[in-house]
Ligand binder design. Structure first.
Ligand SMILES: Cc1cc2nc3c(=O)[nH]c(=O)nc-3n(C[C@H](O)[C@H](O)[C@H](O)COP(=O)(O)O)c2cc1C
Length: 167
């Protein structure tokens, strides 16, 4: 068997890395809360399930995020898994802060977690731990309540574009 090696001394510039990372498909979530009477949140494709006991999920947030310092102050955070028709909603949640929630049907819990009514799954979370990881922070979230539906398909983010599951 021939073993081929990856070329060494490559320039791992951000553009090249972004393209390589983008080969891996992912879902997209909305992380949101009501803080000081305002809805704050962002779209994140770095969501991952982590642990069953305790119930943990994670996402990574860029250290350049202007929203995260406010969002993390909320007692509870809402995480909603976006459905396949949410491509525009996703762009909106990643766009100008002032209009991120315009026209969106959301519900905010008494603890401040904001969830999208049309999501595929909804998680009510608190921050369990934040782990510095280069230019991002890995945010581990502990789940306090979950609900999900099985009838719709998720939004898929792949190679910088949106897609749907085939079939
Ligand atoms: C499909 C998609 C996935 C994204 N995933 C992440 C992510 O995992 N982590 C992150 O920090 N930002 C992610 N973003 C960018 C944020 O949604 C948002 O645009 C960014 O945080 C800048 O806004 P802010 O400064 O208000 O935080 C993603 C954007 C899009 C469109």
């Amino acid at each position: 068997m021939t073993v081929s090696h990856l070329p060494t001394n490559q320039d791992l510039d951000p553009g090249r890395l972004r393209e390589a990372f983008g080969v891996f498909p992912s879902g997209v979530v909305a992380v949101a809360a009501e803080v000081d009477g305002e809805l704050v949140g962002l779209a994140a494709s770095s969501f991952t399930s982590v642990s069953l006991e305790p119930a943990l999920v994670s996402f990574s947030v860029a250290n350049s995020s202007k929203t995260w310092p406010t969002l993390r102050r909320s007692g509870h955070l809402g995480v909603t898994i976006l459905a396949d028709h949410h491509d525009d909603v996703c762009r909106q949640l990643a766009g100008p802060v002032a209009s991120r929630f315009d026209g969106l049907a959301v519900t905010t819990t008494d603890d401040g977690a904001t969830l999208l009514d049309e999501g595929l799954a909804r998680f009510d979370c608190t921050i369990y731990r934040e782990v510095e990881a280069g230019d991002h922070t890995i945010v581990l979230l502990e789940l306090h309540a979950v609900e999900h539906e099985t009838t719709s398909s998720p939004l898929v983010f792949h190679r910088s574009g949106f897609g749907r599951l085939a079939g």
